[in-house]
Design a protein around this ligand. Structure first.
Ligand code: NAD
Length: 265
């Protein structure tokens, strides 16, 4: 059991990567708190975790509201007396608009949910739980979109790049306080959110996987496996890093030299 008795809060834990992480942390002995604005989804995941013999609680929160993130940490403290792992993972983004076509509201909402909430969750967790207890592991779901630019994803690219540097600064500032902070950069992953994006025509599975040398998307479990490593003591000397799990996507320059000299070769 790699997370035995560790208290783990996962934002966006009712679906996709967050759900896979919640299930995986619980499977490894963690006491999981599913933090999501979707109470039905949270109840479903928590019920299934309990049904499999794991420990799970739900906490309804809109991560764009700092007071609700603070309440999330207080919930962990009231229920379990500590918070060992905070996994910031919930996301909103305005998509499918060129940089100059994004409106201010969409831009601000993207940064509120996908960047400011990560910072505020970290601030609340460190101040209220991790500094007093002298330990903690923070995991942030960033993206390969935080490393490079994507067409029509300006606000998302900026938020995720911010998450990566937030991860680094948090890591160095609290490295001697027993608190680690790392990010995961998934490539395209077949989650509920991804399926909705494809249905709505924001993205196309065929095009998405064309740029991935492995020729497919990740499963949420493949990303949760990285989360488990970072959340647990197995990564005890790892801090401030952004681990890429992308089937080779970012290893490639994107340039093809001639027909047939590409991934289909
Ligand atoms: N799916 C991918 O291809 C992919 C790739 C790289 C990174 N990511 C990142 O992984 C994370 C999870 O993505 P996913 O694809 O699993 O998404 P998803 O849509 O399947 O799940 C997201 C969850 O977050 C919750 N959520 C959204 N806004 C919230 C808010 N304001 N407050 C509380 N909960 C909220 C939703 O209710 C949902 O349960 C995101 O940070 C995303 O940027 C995803």
């Amino acid at each position: 059991m790699r997370l035995a008795n560790k208290v783990c809060a996962v934002t966006g834990g009712a679906s996709g990567i967050g759900e896979a992480c919640a299930r995986t942390y619980a499977r490894e002995g963690g006491k999981v708190i599913i933090v999501d604005r979707d109470p039905e989804g949270s109840a479903r995941v928590a019920g299934e975790i309990r049904g499999a013999g794991g420990a799970a609680e739900t906490f309804r929160a809109n991560v764009a509201r700092p007071d609700e993130l603070e309440a999330m940490v207080r919930f962990a403290l009231d229920k379990f007396g500590r918070l060992d792992v905070l996994h910031n993972n919930a996301m909103y983004s305005v998509f499918s608009k060129r940089t100059a076509d994004i409106d201010l509201r969409g831009w601000q909402l993207t940064l509120d949910v996908s960047l400011t909430a990560y910072w505020y969750g970290i601030k609340a967790a460190i101040t209220l739980a991790m500094l007093p207890q002298g330990s903690g592991s923070i995991v942030n779901t960033a993206s390969t979109s935080g490393l490079f630019g994507d067409y029509l994803q300006c606000a998302y690219n900026v938020a995720k790049a911010g998450v990566i540097n937030l991860t680094r600064v948090t890591a160095i500032e609290y490295a001697r306080k027993g608190i680690r902070c790392n990010a995961i950069c998934p490539g395209p992953t077949l989650t509920q959110g991804m399926k909705v994006g494809i249905e709505k025509g924001f993205s196309d599975a065929k095009y998405l996987v064309e740029g991935v040398p492995m020729g497919r998307m990740a499963t949420p479990q493949e990303i949760a496996n990285v989360g488990l490593f970072l959340a647990s003591d197995e990564s005890s000397f790892v801090t401030g890093t952004a681990i890429v799990a992308d089937g080779g996507l970012t290893a490639h320059s994107g340039m093809r030299y001639a027909p047939g000299k590409g991934p289909d070769w």
